[in-house]
Design a protein around this ligand. Structure first.
Ligand SMILES: [Zn+2]
Length: 314
């Protein structure tokens, strides 16, 4: 572990100072918003742009599905998208932006622990039961398990770019956060589509799946052709490992910030959004990266987890 990648975390601001910067209420105020009674969905950044976005139609389930429960929604997470855009796509390193991401992870870690500790509640019968339900299953480090491959119906051996995981190129020049200005600290996971349609021979789209249980930390919708490299993307916090997963080049995203997802749950449809991903030279793929907040948000290589992941979908 290089000392270069583990600087003292001097950027960490007192939470009260951060909230002042963000003009957010105090933790006491937003703690109420994360209780078992789900708050109304937060307004989504980029919502106004979605109608003009060149993305595939969202699955019918998007509109037919009931409104998701958002157990870890918070105004704190609203600040993540702008901070991430500056750090990852504009390439500017502002300590306050890293502090926003740190605060978001701290918040989600606490929320996940609280969710795990809460007694299970049956929606039809809101009396706490003695058995933990799937939605409140503890997500501790002890619950780490084999991953679900993040592309539906694709086997790792057929999907992962580069032989033996060589698609992951360590970024030796990272000075701040996970910018990919040199190297490619991620895996590209390809689909088998026809004429770059994003669909297989049966006309079925490929879904991006949660590799393990997590909480949606940020969602970027409304990418346009002059937009950023990541296209439509989402950040998924994984409490069992305290990592953050980055899913980029999505066509559509069907989850909301603060939502809990289970391992294998669909996050949306894989597409071709993103400055390079839209080019015809680029086969349709999911750009999948893992960042470690405990190591200054440096990317890490999840090759063995992906290679041994279980494929689901038929
Ligand atoms: Zn990539």
């Amino acid at each position: 572990m290089s000392l270069l990648f583990a600087p003292p975390r001097a950027r960490r601001l007192p939470l009260t100072a951060l909230l002042t910067i963000l003009a957010l209420p105090t933790p006491h105020a937003w703690a109420d918003e994360t209780s078992a009674s789900a708050p109304a969905p937060l307004p989504l950044a980029g919502t106004a742009e979605t109608s003009s976005a060149p993305v595939a139609p969202a699955p019918a389930a998007d509109t037919a599905a009931p409104r998701p429960s958002l157990p870890c929604a918070s105004p704190l997470l609203d600040a993540v998208l702008a901070a991430h855009e500056r750090l990852c796509h504009a390439g500017t390193c502002v300590p306050e932006d890293l502090a926003v991401l740190d605060a978001a992870v701290d918040f989600l870690k606490t929320c996940a622990a609280r969710q795990s500790a809460a007694p299970a509640v049956d929606i039809a019968d809101p009396t706490p039961s003695s058995q933990p339900s799937q939605s409140t299953r503890p997500m501790t480090r002890a619950s780490r398990s084999r991953w679900i491959f993040p592309v539906s119906r694709m086997r790792p051996v057929d999907s992962m770019g580069g032989p033996d995981g060589k698609g992951y190129l360590k970024n030796r020049r990272v000075k701040c956060y996970a910018t990919a200005r040199a190297g490619h600290p991620a895996h590209d996971l390809f689909v088998r589509d026809r004429r770059q349609s994003g669909r297989d021979r049966q006309g079925r789209a490929f879904e991006a799946l949660a590799v393990e249980a997590g909480y949606v930390m940020s969602v970027k919708r409304g990418w346009t052709e002059d937009g950023g490299a990541g296209g439509n993307y989402l950040l998924l916090y994984l409490p069992a490992r305290n990592w953050v997963a980055y899913y980029a080049h999505m066509a559509s995203i069907s989850v909301e910030v603060g939502q809990r997802v289970e391992a294998g749950e669909s996050l949306g449809v894989i597409g071709r959004s993103g400055r390079n991903a839209k080019q015809s030279r680029s086969p349709t793929h999911l750009h999948f990266a893992i960042w470690n907040p405990e190591n200054n948000w440096m990317p890490l290589d999840p090759y063995s987890l992906l290679r041994n992941a279980k494929t689901i979908g038929d």
